[in-house]
Design a protein around this ligand. Structure first.
Ligand code: 57M
Length: 359
């Protein structure tokens, strides 16, 4: 909005020329998203308490979580509001990628909202059935992936980090592949959201990493210099990534240990869907394994735990999966698990950025 309203005025007020710059808009869009969460947070938390949207704690969880019962959840509603408002305010709304990412973010938020509503408000201890949730996510991801495939300048080649010579063309297989990235990332963030701030921290870190990647892929000179695919108009996505990071920081203000609010599935599914979609449109899907490495580690811990459990009918690799519960049961205080997982996420994101130079 501001971009469309104020930039054209730069002929009279030259100061408004700044609205043209992606860096300027990214910084102020990020600050806007942060401030919306920061100032609206207390009110939202009070409303969620009033509406009794208190977290239901499953009995088989770690003992230490029992005192969390009743913590307001569905704080993801605040995150999504902040993301949508800041995106409408600060991005170039003629950019199709922005609308695609917003579509996935909001529709995944809707799936999560239904799940949370059934689980928390209807007190049904299961939300949407896992199958129902997965089918909805897959359908929406396929719609998004098909839109990317049908894009005029669609490029179905896969970018392989480090090995610039390898870029297999997936052709029609690009659609299921892209859909898988979006659904997988969404569920990976959902699984990780099991300790105070544990999911939002790596979401912020991944957003900053992709903010840099999309700025670079959208900048033809830098992209060519670094020999990575130039994706026209993808630079605008770095404004969105800044908004993701800003909204994440604003939410973290209240979600940090001891959490005053949880994001709920409405938050984890939508943030994961947003990051997965950003990775797809920026053509950095494989790199997501590194950028979102902590989410990958958490999912793998569950896969190995369940697999091993089934193979040895009853033995466990970890005390409990996902991995964060294992360290909790080993006696690490919750904040120690959280910050150490953030440190790992930061290191993996730095490694992912280093692949820009190692080509
Ligand atoms: C998403 N949800 C948290 C909160 C948050 C297959 C299996 C690994 C699935 C997994 C599962 O059910 N995952 C669901 C994780 C839950 O958080 C809520 O859910 C939203 C995110 N989707 O926003 O509303 C609990 O996490 C804690 N929490 C915090 N701070 C936060 O900021 O402390 C969340 C956010 C909250 C709160 O206690 O209630 C969750 O953990 O369910 N299942 C598990 O993760 C379970 N693991 C398990 O069953 N492991 C088995 C097998 C299946 C691998 C094993 O190891 O043998 C654990 N989680 C729970 N109970 N709650 C252990 C059992």
């Amino acid at each position: 909005m501001l971009y469309h309203l104020l930039y054209p005025l730069h002929t009279t007020i030259t100061a408004f020329n700044v609205f043209r710059y992606i860096t300027f808009r990214t910084i102020y869009a990020s600050l806007t998203a942060f401030l919306i969460c920061f100032f609206l947070g207390p009110w939202v938390i009070r409303r969620l308490r009033y509406l009794q949207v208190g977290q239901y704690i499953r009995e088989e969880g770690p003992q230490s979580h029992y005192q969390k019962a009743g913590t307001p959840t569905m704080g993801g509603l605040l995150i999504i509001f902040s993301i949508v408002a800041s995106t409408l305010l600060w991005t170039d709304l003629t950019n199709g990628y922005i609308w695609l990412i917003l579509f996935i973010t909001v529709s995944y938020g809707l799936i999560g909202f239904i799940d949370d509503y059934l689980m928390q408000v209807k007190k049904r201890n299961k939300g949407l059935s896992a199958k129902g949730k997965f089918l909805l996510q897959t359908a929406i991801a396929f719609a998004g992936a098909t839109a990317v495939f049908a894009w005029p300048e669609a490029d179905t080649r896969l970018t392989v980090p480090v090995f610039k010579a390898i870029s297999p063309d997936l052709g029609l297989w690009y659609i299921p592949f892209a859909a898988l990235v979006i659904v997988g990332t969404s569920n990976a963030v959902n699984l990780t959201d099991g300790l105070d701030g544990l999911a939002i921290g790596p979401v912020i870190i991944a957003s900053v990493a992709y903010m840099i990647f999309t700025y670079v892929t959208g900048h033809i000179e830098i992209a060519n210099y670094l020999q990575i695919p130039y994706v026209a108009d993808s630079g605008e996505i770095s404004v969105f990534c800044g908004i993701l990071a800003g909204a994440g920081l604003g939410f973290l203000w209240f979600n940090t240990y001891p959490a005053q609010v949880f994001m709920g599935d409405v938050g984890s599914l939508s943030l994961g869907g947003a990051i997965g979609t950003v990775a797809v449109v920026a053509k950095q899907e494989i790199l997501l394994i590194l950028v979102g490495g902590l989410f990958v580690i958490e999912v793998l811990s569950v896969i190995f735990q369940v697999g091993f459990f089934k193979m040895t009918n009853g033995k466990r690799i970890f005390k409990m999966a996902p991995l964060h519960h294992h360290f909790e049961l080993k006696g690490w205080p919750e904040p120690k698990v959280i910050v150490r997982f953030w440190i790992i996420a930061i290191i993996l994101a730095l490694l992912s950025l280093s692949t820009l130079k190692i080509r």
